[in-house]
Write a protein that binds this ligand. Structure first.
Ligand code: ADP
Ligand code: MG
Length: 154
C-alpha cells in the first residue's frame, strides 16, 4: 500500500498538497496533523479547504480549539490542541461530539487529547527539510484512509 512522501519546497507547494488531498477525501475522515510549531499543519489545512471550495479566511484554531467550515456538501472541523495542559480539556469542551457522524476532522497536536480523541484514518507528518522547505509523509491507519491515499497518489 502507498505511503507517499513528498518534498514541499515552499508554502505554495504545501497549499497544493492540501488541495490535492481535498480531491481524495470521502465524506467522513479523521486526519491527524503531526509536526513541530511552524511545520505547516495549518498551511496544509488552508490548501485542503481551498481545494474544497471554501473561499474565506482560514484562522488557526489555537485559541478557539475548533474552527468549523460548512457548506451544502461537506463539513470540515479544524482542531488545534496545542494549548491543552490536560487531555481532560477535550471532554470538558464537549469536543467528543464533533467526532460523531460525517465530516472531515483535521487535528493539530492530537497527542494532547489522548486518550479521549478518536483514532485517525490518516496521519500527515510535516518536517522541516534541510533546504528550508518541508517534507510531507502520509500514513493510512484505516481502510478509508488507505482508499484516500490511493486516490491521492493516483
Ligand atoms: P503549523 O500549523 O504547523 O504550526 P503553519 O502552517 O502555521 O505551521 O506555519 C508554517 C509556516 O511555514 C508559515 O509561515 C508558512 O508560510 C511556512 N511554510 C509552509 N509550508 C512551507 C514550505 N513547504 N516551505 C517553506 N515554508 C513553508
Ligand atoms: Mg497550526
Amino acid at each position: 500500500d502507498p505511503s507517499p512522501s513528498l518534498h514541499l519546497p515552499d508554502e505554495s507547494a504545501t497549499l497544493a498538497a492540501g488541495e490535492r488531498l481535498a480531491g481524495a477525501l470521502p465524506s467522513r475522515l479523521t486526519i491527524y496533523l503531526r509536526g513541530d510549531l511552524g511545520a505547516g499543519k495549518t498551511t496544509l489545512t488552508r490548501g485542503l479547504l481551498r481545494g474544497l471550495g471554501f473561499a474565506g479566511k482560514v484562522k488557526s484554531p489555537t485559541y478557539t480549539l475548533v474552527e468549523p467550515y460548512k457548506d451544502s456538501r461537506i463539513t470540515v472541523y479544524h482542531f488545534d490542541f496545542y494549548r491543552f495542559t490536560h487531555a481532560d480539556e477535550f471532554l470538558e469542551a464537549g469536543l467528543d461530539e464533533y467526532f460523531e457522524g460525517d465530516g472531515i476532522r483535521l487535528v493539530e497536536w492530537p497527542d494532547r487529547a489522548h486518550p479521549y480523541l478518536c483514532a485517525a484514518d490518516l496521519e500527515v507528518e510535516l518536517q522541516l527539510a534541510a533546504d528550508g522547505g518541508r517534507q510531507l509523509a502520509l500514513h493510512a491507519l484505516s481502510t478509508e484512509g488507505q482508499r484516500c491515499l490511493e486516490k491521492f497518489t493516483a
